[in-house]
Structures are given as structure tokens and as C-alpha cells.
Design a protein around this ligand. Structure first.
Ligand code: FMN
Length: 257
């Protein structure tokens, strides 16, 4: 009797041990693949925001054709180098957790509720045949209802007209706030304008944009039943295109072109 109890325990223990080893090895072994898949998803969103994604081609190959620059948010300058960071692997979200690489956003200016803004970001540039910038793809983020929404917005070469918008991570509710990722809603963005007379004017409404609204180019339909998420998107546009975000860089580029 005792022996059979011991045997049962031994078998159970062995099975547990084997299973935990299998799970541990799988987790460790698949970690690199998971990281690569996450990166690929982000690359896909960058390409989609820029409206240049071709499903026939490999994401990585298409992504590598993009020009990447650092942006110094303080000066608005685009940089090819920053300290010994690599343009490929620098993670601007990680930088927000390091007080040497980021700046605390004063509460009264933190409209997107990001808490810390990285000192150096990354921008993605698409050039035409004449080597002129044809589109810019810019990372944006801001708090929705349940958490921070991370995405990309792209601008046409007037540095004001939206070419596309994509979100790659958020915690909003499926069917409500998560509709930020609905292709139909995202299709409302191309052609909208960010600035009117140097002021960030583009915003997401509560409700629909009226057909005869003369300001419709600065307005996007709200997400129904998700006013707080919609407000979060408006706030992130206001923050990232303001003085602490991309406005200095966009002014510099405008003078150059
Ligand atoms: C379970 C649950 C999930 C919700 N998720 C969201 C959400 O993701 N985004 C959002 O703006 N509102 C969400 N809401 C609704 C908000 O609580 C709030 O009622 C709404 O934003 C008000 O906007 P409305 O005037 O468009 O209804 C959720 C509500 C419930 C009960």
C-alpha cells in the first residue's frame, strides 16, 4: 500500500518535473522568436501608417528601406548619431524609464499623460526619386481609458497633412475604445490637417463631423461609446505636435524645403 502511494507520488513528481522543464525550455527557446514577432508587428504598423506596406514583400526588407533618424526633441534637430546608441536597436519607450535619457513632463503640460518624455526619439523617413522627403512616420502615444495607446502617424511632405495612423499596442475595450484599430475609423484620417496657422487644431470629436462643416479637415469622427479613448487620441495629437513633441522639427524641415 505504502509502496504504491510512494510510487504514485514519484510518478506525479516526475511528470511535473518533465512538464516544467518542457515549459521552461519552450519559454526560453521561443523568447527570441517572440521578440522578433513583436518587432515585426511594430515594423508592419510603421509601414502601414506610411501607407507603403506591400503584403507581397517581406516586412523586414520593406522596413529596412526606410531611412531612420534620431530626433532631439529639445532642438527639433534630426540626428544620424546619438551617443553610442544604434538607430536600429535604440528603444525610446525604454529610455523613458531612465532619468538620464528622459525628462519628466510637468503635470500641467502632460495632456497625453505620458509622465516622462524621452530626450531622443526616432522618426522614419520616406524619400522620393529626387531624394526629397515624401512622408514622415512619427511615433505617438498617450493615455486612453485603460492604459497608454502606442502608435504611429504619418505626414505628407507639407508636414501638415495626415497620410495615415496606426496603433500597435493599447488596453482599450474591444468594440469600444479598441476601435482605434478599426480600419474604417483609421481610413477617416488621411487628408486631415494637423495645424491651422501653427496651432494644433486636429481633434477627434464626440460624435460625427458634419458634412458642411468648413473645419472638417481638422476634425475626425469620435468612436461611438468611447468618448474617453477618443479624447485620449485628441490629447496625444495635441501633445506630440506641440512644442514638447515634433513641432520644432517640423518647423525646421519646413524652412529647409
Ligand atoms: C466594461 C466597460 C468598458 C469600457 N471601455 C471603454 C473604452 O475602452 N473606451 C472608452 O472611451 N469608454 C469605455 N467605456 C465607457 C466609459 O466608461 C464611458 O461611459 C464612455 O467613455 C462615455 O462615452 P460616451 O459618451 O461615448 O458613452 C467602457 C465602459 C464599460 C462599462
Amino acid at each position: 500500500m505504502n509502496e504504491s502511494v510512494l510510487k504514485t507520488l514519484l510518478v506525479s513528481f516526475s511528470i511535473c518535473l518533465i512538464c516544467s522543464l518542457v515549459v521552461s525550455f519552450a519559454a526560453v527557446g521561443l523568447r527570441d522568436i517572440q521578440i522578433e514577432n513583436k518587432l515585426n508587428d511594430q515594423r508592419l504598423k510603421i509601414l502601414q501608417a506610411g501607407k507603403i506596406y506591400n503584403p507581397e514583400l517581406e516586412i523586414k526588407t520593406q522596413f529596412e528601406a526606410l531611412e531612420v533618424k534620431f530626433i532631439d526633441f529639445e532642438s527639433g534637430k534630426l540626428l544620424s548619431e546619438y551617443q553610442d546608441f544604434s538607430l536600429e536597436s535604440y528603444d525610446q519607450i525604454l529610455a523613458t524609464k531612465d532619468s538620464n535619457l528622459s525628462t519628466k513632463v510637468p503635470q500641467d503640460k502632460d495632456i497625453a499623460i505620458i509622465k516622462n518624455r524621452e530626450n531622443i526619439g526616432k522618426v522614419y523617413i520616406i524619400r522620393d526619386n529626387l531624394d526629397e522627403i515624401s512622408k514622415l512616420i512619427l511615433p505617438i502615444r498617450g493615455f486612453g481609458l485603460w492604459g497608454t495607446m502606442y502608435g504611429y502617424i504619418s505626414l505628407e511632405n507639407d508636414f501638415n497633412t495626415v497620410a495615415g495612423i496606426e496603433f500597435y499596442q493599447h488596453k482599450e475595450t474591444p468594440g469600444l475604445g479598441a476601435e482605434v484599430d478599426n480600419p474604417k475609423w483609421k481610413s477617416l484620417w488621411p487628408g486631415k490637417q494637423i495645424y491651422q496657422e501653427n496651432k494644433v487644431t486636429l481633434r477627434v470629436l464626440k460624435g460625427k463631423v458634419e458634412n458642411d462643416d468648413p473645419m472638417s479637415t481638422y476634425k475626425v469622427d469620435g468612436l461611438s461609446g468611447a468618448t474617453l479613448t477618443s479624447r485620449g487620441v485628441s490629447n496625444m495629437i495635441e501633445y506630440w505636435f506641440g512644442d514638447s513633441g515634433y513641432s520644432n522639427m517640423l518647423k525646421e524641415l519646413d524652412y529647409e524645403s
